[in-house]
Design a protein around this ligand. Structure first.
Ligand code: FES
Length: 377
C-alpha cells in the first residue's frame, strides 16, 4: 500500500498513513427516488450550499495528486446536476477512473453519450427489485424500473461496463435469483447483492426491511452457486446484513485508510454516515487542502490505526483485519462510538443485536417511511 509523505502533520513520522484509493463525491442530496433505506444523512444539504463545478474540479485534481485512483460520482442523484459533464471532464483530466452511481431514471441516451464523451468510465445502476410493480413501490417512483432497464441498455450499447446494484431486504430477498438473471441479461460485468445496512434512514425502516436469518443464508447459497457458474462472466459481490454476522466488516476498509467521502457542501468525511457521530468536526475543502485534511484532521485521526480501541478490540487478533468494524453502527446500537461493533461475536451486546434482528424479522413488516424531503424535515 502506498503511503502519503507527511512531513508537516502533527503525527509526522509516527504512523504510516496510506494513500486513499477512492473518493466518493456526493454531488447533491437531491434525488427523485424515495427509497426507505436511503444512505444520505438524516439532515439533507440544501441546493444553495452545493459546491460549484469549478471547486469540484479542483478537489478532484487534489485527490489525484494525493493518490486517489477511483472516483465514485454519487448523490442523491448526480444527474440532477446540469454541470455533471464539467465535473466528469475534470476527473478525466486529473486521470481518475470515474464510476457514475445513478438511479438512472433521469438519464436520456443523449445525456449518457455526453457523459461518456466527458470521461465516465463505468456506470452503476441500482434496481429496487426485478418485478416492475414492487420495484416502483419500493423506490416510490412510477415507471422507474422500466427507465432503469432502458438506461442499462444504453450503457452497454455505448460500450461502458455496467454494475447492477441490488439493495436486498425482506421485501425483495426472494428475487435474488432473478437479480442474477437480470444482471446476466443486461450484460453487466458486476452485480452487487448488498443487504441493506441499518444506520441513518434505513434504521427508521428496520422492521420493514429486516429479512430472517434463514432467508439471508439461502441468499448466500444462491450467490455462491451463481459465482461458480458465472466465473469469468459476472462478478458477484455479496454484502451480508451485519445483524446476522459473526465478525464485523472492515467498514470503509478501515477508518481513514482508503476512502474519502466529500459531501455536497464540501465537508470531508471518513465514511458516508460519519455525521451521525457526535462531537466530530469535519473540515471543508473550501477552507483546507484535501491532503492536509486526509493527513491530519481530527475527524480522520480519531479512529485511524488501532490506538483508540478499547477491549476486547485492543487485544483482538483481528484488529488489523476488521479495524474494529463500523463506528457508526457501534454508536447507533451501543451509544458509544469507541465500542466494539455489535456485529462482532466478542461484543457483549452481540446477542442482543442478533435478537433485535430475529424479533423484527419475525414480526409484520409494517409500512415504509419513504425518504422524501417532507419526511426528512
Ligand atoms: Fe461510518 Fe461504518 S458507516 S464507520
Amino acid at each position: 500500500m502506498t503511503a502519503v509523505a507527511n512531513s508537516s502533520g502533527p503525527q509526522a513520522g509516527a504512523l504510516h498513513i496510506p494513500a486513499p484509493v477512492g473518493l466518493l463525491a456526493e454531488l447533491t442530496h437531491r434525488c427523485p427516488l424515495q427509497c426507505p433505506y436511503c444512505s444520505n444523512p438524516l439532515a439533507l444539504e440544501r441546493v444553495a450550499n452545493e459546491l460549484p463545478a469549478d471547486v469540484w474540479v479542483d478537489v478532484l485534481k487534489q485527490a489525484a495528486d494525493l493518490g486517489v485512483l477511483q472516483l465514485h460520482v454519487s448523490g442523491g442523484e448526480p444527474t440532477v446536476r446540469r454541470d455533471l459533464e464539467e465535473i466528469v471532464a475534470g476527473a478525466a483530466k486529473a486521470g481518475l477512473y470515474t464510476n457514475l452511481i445513478t438511479a438512472a431514471v433521469l438519464l436520456t441516451r443523449d445525456r449518457l453519450e455526453k457523459l461518456a464523451q466527458a470521461g465516465v468510465d463505468h456506470v452503476q445502476i441500482s434496481f429496487q427489485d426485478t418485478e416492475l410493480t414492487n420495484a416502483d413501490r419500493i423506490a416510490h417512483y412510477e415507471r422507474g424500473h422500466a427507465k432503469k432497464l432502458e438506461a442499462a441498455g444504453w450503457v452497454r450499447a455505448l460500450g461502458l461496463p455496467l454494475t447492477v446494484n441490488a439493495p436486498i431486504h425482506r421485501q425483495n430477498i426472494e428475487s435474488v435469483p432473478a437479480f442474477i438473471e437480470l444482471a446476466e441479461r443486461l450484460g453487466a460485468q458486476r452485480l452487487e447483492v448488498a443487504h441493506v445496512q441499518y444506520y441513518g434512514w434505513a434504521l427508521k425502516n428496520r422492521q420493514a426491511l429486516m429479512p430472517t436469518r434463514a432467508q439471508v443464508l439461502r441468499s448466500a447459497e444462491i450467490v455462491a452457486k451463481a459465482r461458480e457458474r458465472l466465473k469469468g462472466i459476472l462478478v458477484i459481490d455479496f454484502v451480508v446484513p451485519d445483524y446476522y454476522a459473526r465478525r464485523p466488516k472492515p467498514c470503509m476498509g478501515g477508518w481513514g485508510r482508503g476512502i474519502i467521502n466529500v459531501t455536497p457542501a464540501g465537508k470531508v468525511l471518513p465514511c458516508h454516515a460519519a455525521e451521525s457521530l457526535p462531537g466530530l468536526v469535519f473540515e471543508n475543502v473550501r477552507d483546507r487542502s484535501l491532503r492536509d485534511i486526509w493527513l491530519s484532521s481530527d475527524a480522520f485521526q480519531k479512529f485511524r490505526h488501532t490506538e483508540w480501541m478499547q477491549e476486547p478490540c485492543r487485544s483482538c487478533e483481528f484488529k488489523e483485519v476488521d479495524w474494529g468494524g463500523c463506528r457508526c453502527q457501534a454508536f447507533a446500537f451501543v451509544g458509544d462510538m469507541r465500542a466494539t461493533d455489535p456485529a462482532c461475536s466478542k461484543s457483549s451486546l452481540h446477542a442482543a443485536f442478533a435478537d433485535t434482528a430475529h424479533g423484527e424479522a419475525a414480526g409484520a413488516p409494517g409500512p415504509f417511511v419513504f425518504r422524501s424531503l417532507r419526511a426528512s424535515a
